[in-house]
Design a protein around this ligand. Structure first.
Ligand SMILES: NC(=O)c1ccc[n+]([C@@H]2O[C@H](COP(=O)([O-])OP(=O)(O)OC[C@H]3O[C@@H](n4cnc5c(N)ncnc54)[C@H](OP(=O)(O)O)[C@@H]3O)[C@@H](O)[C@H]2O)c1
Length: 307
């Protein structure tokens, strides 16, 4: 088992290769503070949240309760897609919710701007977040990024994007003054994203995998199960070790202390085994995929730049 490495960002800072995912589908959202705290106790030093997840207050509370120096913890949060007209105000709201003076990374959560009937404050449940949105043409992600570039670097140590493809990154880089430090995207063995990883590497953009295990569907794959038996670990540990071997940071979510410990205690896979996991790629989105109307959150595959 190897210790968790860090990945250098284009800002010079480092991001721990494994972080704890901070989205909770549990209606009892305040419980998340407990699992953020057990993650710190298990050795995690990186937490991924977002304003839309509503877990920011519990991440901040756990950082304070952990007793860890603030500089030892890497905190990521994200700009909601319906706040793209109000980047500075939304960022202030996130820092206030977290109760922190700064975040380590602030991501544009999605490339599109959306509006809600309820306006800036948005819907009150996660269900409404995804069912009542209306995609709008402006601000464009180039305009939103220009606003993110204005945020003080003492209050966000790095800025980045999420759910960007080669197509949307190329469009962003036409006007960007700051190259995103990170692109956070869905990656797991059924969606290896090899071309996008290579593009990001060339541009100096680090990649973080979300939904990194690929859920039950990928964890139950026979190749993954066979590798888990070979290394004497769980399928999730095999998949996370594969991300780390590819130089990708990953943010698995677990509310269970035992699983949290396993997920930061990873085997070193042989090059051959890394290749056999990559070979499972089927370009299959499991979490953020198009609906029957050919759209996801108001955008088509073509708008996202998905093959
Ligand atoms: N940027 C974006 O648009 C975006 C989108 C989606 C997600 N994310 C980020 O990615 C994070 C993780 O995403 P995700 O929850 O979809 O995927 P995930 O972390 O791959 O899977 C989480 C699920 O796996 C279970 N699990 C975790 N470790 C396990 C283990 N060792 N053995 C068996 N089961 C295990 C968890 O259950 P238990 O909790 O019960 O252990 C949970 O049900 C989110 O929290 C969020 O931070 C970002």
């Amino acid at each position: 088992m190897s210790s968790i490495p860090s990945i250098k960002l284009n800002t010079g800072a480092s991001i721990p290769a494994i972080g704890l995912g901070g989205f909770s589908s549990d209606p009892n959202i305040a419980d998340s503070e407990k699992w953020f705290l057990t993650a710190f106790q298990a050795g995690y030093r990186h937490i991924d949240t977002a304003q839309i997840y509503r877990t920011e207050p519990y991440v901040g509370a756990a950082v304070r309760a952990s007793g860890l120096p603030r500089g030892d913890v890497f905190v990521t949060t994200k700009l909601p897609w319906h706040h793209t007209k109000d980047v500075a105000r939304s960022f202030d709201d996130s820092l206030r919710s977290l109760g922190l003076d700064y975040v380590d990374l602030y991501l544009m959560h999605f490339p599109q701007s959306v509006e809600y009937p309820t306006g800036y404050d948005g819907p009150s449940t996660f269900e409404e977040v995804i069912t009542t949105l209306k995609a709008v043409d402006t601000p464009t992600f180039n305009e939103t990024w220009a606003e993110m570039e204005k945020l003080s670097t003492s209050r966000t140590r790095a800025i980045g994007v999420s759910n960007f493809s080669i197509k949307t990154l190329k469009q962003l880089l036409k006007t960007a003054k700051v190259v995103p430090a990170v692109n956070q995207i869905e990656i797991h063995p059924y969606l290896a994203q090899t071309e996008l990883l290579e593009y990001c590497r060339k541009k100096g953009i680090a990649v973080t995998a979300y939904s990194p295990s690929g859920h039950e569907k990928v964890r139950n794959d026979p190749t993954i199960m066979a590798l888990a038996a070979k290394y004497g670990v769980s399928p999730t540990q095999i998949i996370l070790a594969w991300h780390v071997a590819r130089g990708v940071s990953a943010v698995p979510k677990s509310a269970h202390p035992e699983r949290q410990k396993k997920n930061v205690n990873l085997p070193a896979l042989s090059a051959e085994d890394v290749a056999s996991v990559t070979a499972l790629d089927r370009n299959e989105r499991i979490v953020n995929k198009l609906g029957p109307d050919g759209k996801l959150y108001g955008w088509t595959a073509e708008q996202y730049g998905w093959n």
